[in-house]
Ligand binder design. Structure first.
Ligand SMILES: [Zn+2]
Length: 178
C-alpha cells in the first residue's frame, strides 16, 4: 500500500518530539500540534538547488546511486545548508557530487518537488540554475552518483528522470531553447 504524503506525514508525527505524548495532530500534514504540552511543530518545505550544466546541445545528468530514484537520471544538486545562499549551494553541490569546480551559475526559475527519503516525505522548492561550460575536466563523482552522462537536451525522456521538478524544468528549458 502506498500512503499519500498527507497520511504519511500524520503517521510520522504520531508522537510529540518534546513530551512524547501520543496523538500529535495534523490537519494539513504541515502543522503538528500537541494537545498535552502545546508544542506546535511545522514540517515546512526545504530549499534545494539543481544545476543545468550545458555544453552545446547537451546537458549533464547524473545517475542516482541511492534512493530515492536509484538508477534514474537527475540534475546535480541537493539541499541548501542552513545559513547558505542558493548560489553557494549550487556550486558546493557540483563540487561534492562531481568533484568539479564551476563558476557561479545563473538562476532560472523554481519548481516544487516531493522528495521521499527513508519513509519521510519532504516537500522541497528546487531553485534551478544554469551554466554554460566548455567542458567539465577531471570529474570524480562521489558515492551518491553512479555515473555522469552528457545527453542532448532533446533526447531526454520524462520517464528517465527521478523527480517531477526536474521533468518540469527540462521541459521548460527545452521549450525556451526551441
Ligand atoms: Zn507534547
Amino acid at each position: 500500500m502506498t500512503a499519500g504524503s498527507h497520511e504519511f506525514t500524520r503517521e510520522w508525527a504520531r508522537f510529540c518530539p518534546r513530551c512524547g505524548a501520543e496523538g500529535l495532530a495534523s490537519e494539513d500534514g504541515r502543522r503538528h500540534a500537541c494537545a498535552r504540552c502545546g508544542l506546535v511543530y511545522f514540517h515546512n518545505l526545504a530549499a534545494a538547488v539543481c544545476v543545468i550544466l550545458r555544453r552545446g546541445d547537451e546537458i549533464a545528468l547524473v545517475v542516482r546511486a541511492q534512493d530515492p530514484g536509484k538508477g534514474l537520471l537527475d540534475l546535480p544538486g541537493g539541499f541548501v545548508d542552513p545559513e547558505e545562499d542558493l548560489e553557494s549551494a549550487a556550486v558546493r553541490e557540483v563540487r561534492e557530487e562531481l568533484g568539479a569546480e564551476i563558476g557561479t551559475p545563473r538562476y532560472l526559475f523554481s519548481m516544487p518537488n516531493l522528495y521521499r527519503y527513508r519513509d519521510v516525505n519532504y516537500r522541497t522548492l528546487d531553485a534551478m540554475f544554469e551554466l554554460w561550460i566548455d567542458d567539465l575536466p577531471d570529474v570524480a563523482p562521489n558515492a551518491e552518483i553512479a555515473a555522469l552522462h552528457w545527453r542532448p537536451l532533446a533526447s531526454i525522456q520524462p520517464y528517465e528522470l527521478a523527480f517531477p521538478s526536474v521533468r518540469a524544468a527540462l521541459a521548460r528549458v527545452r521549450g525556451a531553447s526551441a
